[in-house]
Design a protein around this ligand. Structure first.
Ligand code: GLU
Length: 454
């Protein structure tokens, strides 16, 4: 048994194959590995399993690194590339041959028979196969519990192909030994590989790591998460205007539970609360509405500087950015963000709703204009309001409200009529944040000018 108080030796790895983008399941595995390393002050190692030359690509590797970086899952070592470590696997194959744990197999592809093992040679050519020993392979998975399998159900699997390339089982075990991995935390789809890998550890004379296989992620219809359920690529969520804090919090609860009802977790809280015991055996269900809920929660409370950092590229793309928003106009810009926070579920919602405030020209919703135009003399009233605002010494919520109420009384109209008219004149829309906020976001100059020219 591992001594869990000896935390200095905690070493975990995330080992993606760059044959596709980083998908939600992979990201969740990486998050659990990262949380576990951070929880115990261990090391989180990134290893790119790119020995399958045909199916791996550099572009996919770049995409995976980008997605991990976006998610904030910083690694302490690596990325190591298996394609650059081929000698290590060959040497291990050689040791296994020499120790009688493996043999050359010259059978035609797919035609391996047990007879081949009888004539097994330590020299020659062809693929190198593992000589699966007799007996029972048992281990205790930290999530699933006891697992036991008879080794006669495992065929002599290939370690090195005839071209000298390692198979997954050999490279993964050699690397996990070489990198002194203490805990293999990975998707439950690898449970069936574990007995073979345990046999390899034994043959190589290495101590076993702990194993923890995390449950699958299913779509809302309880079938394995796939594109039918929405985006499976992590970066697609960035494109949808999800912030990494929210995605991380959401992913953490896919297959792990703190044992309480708490749902919102800052990183430090999550790290403190995380444990392998909290990982569930049952499959997790990906609920897009829950993700959207988390995102809205985070958008509502992210510190301004973080929110602005996420929004800036989006504003730039939309042609709505100017540097003064972070300088001369910073106060008004922050008021705008405050007004939009409760009205936004994604970063895109901010951008879309910012147009009337940050755009150089105002687009009017014709239905909204037609509706307020029915109020008698509304344009004259709004022009008078502009005059009153012109002579207002202090432009704040109270003074604005006082001016509108006084003017409404003077003109014998309802304050709501003036406010409704002002809303359309100032935003072009019939729905907006509170009218006094709108005026303060726009500032006196633009407010007065839009009221005058309506
Ligand atoms: N490279 C494997 C994969 O992407 C993971 C191997 C492992 O975690 O043991 O599925």
């Amino acid at each position: 048994m591992k001594n869990m108080t000896d935390t200095s030796s905690i070493r975990v790895r995330f080992a993606p194959s760059p044959t596709g983008y980083l998908h939600v399941g992979g990201a969740r595995t990486a998050l659990f590995d990262w949380l576990f390393a951070r929880r115990y002050g261990g090391a989180f190692i990134l290893r790119i399993e790119d020995t399958d030359v045909e199916r791996s690509s550099e572009e996919m590797t770049t995409g995976i690194l980008e997605a991990l970086t976006w998610l904030g899952l910083n690694w302490d070592e690596g990325p190591y590339y298996q394609s650059k470590r081929l000698d290590l696997y060959k040497q291990a194959g050689q040791r296994l041959l020499e120790g009688g744990h493996a043999y050359y197999c010259a059978c035609p592809a797919g035609g391996h028979t047990i007879a081949c093992r009888e004539q097994a040679s330590r020299e020659g050519g062809g693929a190198v196969r593992f000589r699966v020993p007799q007996g029972t392979v048992s281990f205790k998975d930290d999530v699933i519990g006891e697992i036991s399998i008879e080794s006669d159900t495992i065929e002599d699997f290939v370690l090195l192909r005839s071209d000298g390339h390692p198979t997954y089982h050999l490279s993964v075990v050699v690397d996990d030994i070489d990198m002194r991995i203490s805990h293999v935390i990975r998707g439950t789809d690898h449970v069936s590989n574990t007995p073979k890998q345990i046999l390899l550890y034994r043959a190589l004379g290495a101590p076993l790591p702990a194993f923890a296989h995390v449950p699958l992620i299913l779509g809302p219809d309880k079938t394995r998460m796939s594109k039918r359920h929405g985006a499976t690529s992590v970066m697609a969520y960035q494109e949808q205007g999800i912030v990494p804090e929210a995605f991380r919090n959401f992913l953490a609860l896919l297959g792990w539970s703190p044992g309480t009802d708490q749902e919102m977790f800052g990183d430090d809280e999550l790290i403190q609360a995380f444990s392998l015991q909290g990982i569930s055996k049952a499959n997790a269900v990906f609920n897009p509405e829950k993700l959207s809920w988390f995102n809205a929660q985070y958008l509502a409370k992210l510190p301004d500087h973080k929110l602005i950092a996420y929004l800036k590229p989006e504003f730039i793309n939309a042609g709505l950015w100017r540097d003064t928003l972070e300088n001369e106009e910073a106060d008004r810009f922050k008021l705008l963000l405050e007004a939009l926070r409760p009205r936004s579920k994604t970063l895109h919602d901010f951008v879309r709703q910012s147009r009337p405030y940050l755009g150089t020209t105002l687009e009017y919703d014709q239905a909204a204009v037609a509706k307020v135009s029915k109020e008698p003399q509304i344009r004259e009233h709004l022009h008078t309001l502009a005059d009153r605002l012109q002579s207002l010494p202090d432009f704040n919520h109270q003074t604005l409200e006082a001016v509108i109420r006084a003017l409404a009384e003077e003109l014998a109209v309802k304050p709501g009529t003036l406010m409704g008219g002002a809303r359309v004149a100032l935003t072009g829309l019939s729905v907006s944040p509170g009218i006094f906020e709108v005026m303060m976001i726009l500032g006196p100059e633009t407010t007065i000018q839009r009221l005058r020219t309506f």
